[in-house]
Design a protein around this ligand. Structure first.
Ligand code: CP3
Length: 337
């Protein structure tokens, strides 16, 4: 199995070692802002694309053909394992589930998948990408953090404030805790399977943790995410903990068994740096890509300067479909300047 060079810029920085340059990648770097991605999507649905290893591997590589990035991220979705867990799934454009999982019976009926048997297309995509990818560049695999995964299972689709899942957390605490445990049981075997298939790093995405209080996140959710991060480290991969909600959760993240803390854009990097000496990833506001070029360069340079060397440049959340790819070129140029 091919591997990324541990001394390449991304993996060296992630492990806290000296790197030849500041690494960068962009959350959701393969997506609708790229005309070549839209061309592929005109021919097949998003789910078909996720389940077609050759096409998904090609889409994973699209942003790396255009930009001088230091990592590829496996093209799939946070919710794609749901099908193998027995919960039917479609996209419109975000995940929509056939049924919600909000009772003890529904939780117990969720199937723990065997990744090699039930999620094999994702693993095949990873090994195709690793074969094609330069060894100086890392391949990042990912899983949903259990809370964010639960958000979709309980609500059945996207939501603004995720009231139903928060009601369950407080109204039926046993069901909520069993649900997060079950999700973690389901996702944990996927982590070493992704690493065996060529992923050098695993990122947990807690995209909706921002709706939670510090205490609820620390006591009811983060311990489950920590299990997935530990599984990544035990498998020999770099573990990245992304939490969208750093303003109230940074002290909890600081305790996570992760190599890298990935942060949103709401706190300035200089404040994050004053509060942690860990390797950090982030944290340009995704809408800053709509600034004029001089202002965009100024914002990128300010983040790099405040973060210091222990830093992987990224956005604070996913890139928006309306972004002009030229803005990404400006960011890449400025980070590597
Ligand atoms: O390049 C990459 O970063 C890899 C691809 C990737 C996708 N989803 C592809 C995708 C990644 C890392 C994800 C993770 C994901 N999926 C998250 C966590 C990251 C985050 O942004 O917080 C979440 C919350 C989801 C759930 C999800 N899937 C949503 C909310 C949506 C709709 C997004 C929108 O803007 O409309 C999806 C669909 C999805 N996942 C698309 C892509 C490229 C768009 C689908 C399309 O082509 O129509």
């Amino acid at each position: 199995m091919k591997r990324g060079d541990p001394n390449g810029p991304f993996l060296a920085t992630a492990r806290g070692e000296f790197a030849s340059r500041r690494p960068l990648w962009i959350m959701r770097q393969a997506g609708r802002y790229l005309p070549e991605y839209r061309e592929v999507r005109a021919k097949m649905s998003f789910l078909e694309l996720c389940k077609s290893p050759v096409a998904a591997a090609d889409v994973t590589m699209q942003p790396l053909r255009r930009f001088d990035l230091d990592a590829a991220i496996l093209f799939t979705d946070l919710m794609t394992p749901a099908e193998a867990m027995g919960v039917g799934l479609r996209y419109d454009p975000g995940p929509v589930l056939d049924r919600t999982v909000d009772s003890l019976e529904a939780v117990e009926s969720m199937i723990v998948p065997d990744p090699e048997r039930d999620i094999s297309s994702m693993l095949e995509t990873a090994s195709l990408v690793r074969d094609e990818l330069d060894e100086q560049k890392a391949l990042i695999g990912f899983v949903g953090a259990p809370f964010t995964f639960a958000c979709y299972l309980v609500e059945g689709r996207g939501s603004k404030h995720w009231d139903k899942v928060r009601r369950l957390m407080h109204g039926e605490p046993e069901v909520f805790d069993r649900l997060l445990t079950r999700i973690t049981d389901c996702l944990e075997p996927l982590v070493p399977a992704l690493v065996r298939s060529g992923c050098d790093a695993i990122q947990t995405f807690d995209s909706w943790a921002g709706v939670l209080s510090t205490e609820d996140y620390a006591t009811r959710c983060a311990p489950h995410t920590d299990r997935l991060l530990r599984a990544a480290k035990d498998a020999g991969a770099v573990a990245i903990d992304f939490v969208n909600g750093v303003s109230q959760h940074l002290p909890t993240m600081h305790e996570a068994p992760a190599d890298v803390l990935a942060v949103d854009w709401r706190l300035p990097m200089r404040e994050i740096r004053a509060r942690t000496d860990r390797v950090v990833q982030g944290n340009l506001d995704p809408t800053a890509l709509f600034c004029d070029e001089a202002e965009l360069r100024r914002k990128v340079a300010a983040i790099c300067e405040a973060a210091g060397d222990r830093h992987i440049f990224n956005l604070g959340h996913g890139i928006l479909p309306q972004v002009d790819p030229r803005a990404v070129e400006v960011v890449v140029e400025e980070v590597h300047r």
